[in-house]
Design a protein around this ligand. Sequence first.
Ligand code: AQP
Length: 328
Amino acid sequence: KKVILSGIQPTGIFTLGNYIGAVRNWGKMQEDYDCAYFIADLHSLTVRQEPAKLRKQTLDAFALLLACGIDPEKSLVFIQSHVHAHAELSWILSCYSMFGELSRMTQFKDKSAKHVDNVNAGLFTYPALMAADILLYQADFVPVGEDQRQHLEFTRDVAARFNNIYGEVFRMPDAYIPEAGARIMSLQEPTKKMSKSDTNVNAFISILDEPNAIVNKFKRAVTDSETVVCYREGKDGINNLMSIYSVVTGESYDRIERDFAGKGYGDFKLAVGEAVAEELRPIREKFAALTADKAALEALYRKGAETAAHIAERTLGKVKKKLGLLPR
Ligand code: AQP
């Protein structure tokens, strides 16, 4: 079986964007691939985190993966910082990452513009850690949102550079980007992507939001001054709602346009809100059940870390040998 790997940061409860663009698809791949999914807590340190909150968010994120359908019997599920090899390989790969190429990463440019008071080296070398995450497990495919495509390209470049010098150490990973809903936008500023760390709670749907909160947020979603529900260039708000509705209900844009012909934005927003609330209901219920048994959750992430460390050490050992690092 081919290997699939992906991760998500514990920077808050996942948004509808994380869910549609990433996690929703992860569960569906478990039958056909060897899947590894992890909570990227080391990545989250690029932004200042509050310790107690980070701890809680990490456990919540782990439970959320399971609530979203990832089965620890079928997939490897773990927490990044529990496996030392990630940080170690990341350092090694950063010595094969060029300042110029890291400077071109659009996420670095966006995030450093957003957090002007904390443009730290970790934010800059983030792609080297992501490359380590992927290459340690010799992943064939990395399902990511459109926004991570550039980082994956970077991973391939670094892997190729390394393999060129030392021989075939790393398997070349490919992006696995879902067609529909690759990029869900903010409900308040539909030209910006939906983010879990947005300070405006009306801008995103958290996957644990209560049904009435979901409906209300969609009611308040920013659209435009027209009234016809149709997918068209420049109608960012409506396009985003149509994309969400289409992914959740499975209906095509044509069908949505026909179904809502003659109706206003209000009706459409309500329909989107109700459909999303229904989609997320089972996740909320499963999450509540999972977090009620903390000991069981801990046992699961410990087991995940053990298996992950075993796989990761194999690759790291090979890398060290190739580099000429003296064995202990
Ligand atoms: N708006 C989005 N639409 C589609 N996919 C998205 N992803 C994130 N936002 C959207 C995908 O979710 C996965 C996990 O993301 P992450 O938590 O590792 O980091 P992120 O991309 O920085 O996500 P956020 O929600 O924006 O977090 P914060 O606010 O902390 O920065 C990735 O596969 C990503 O593509």
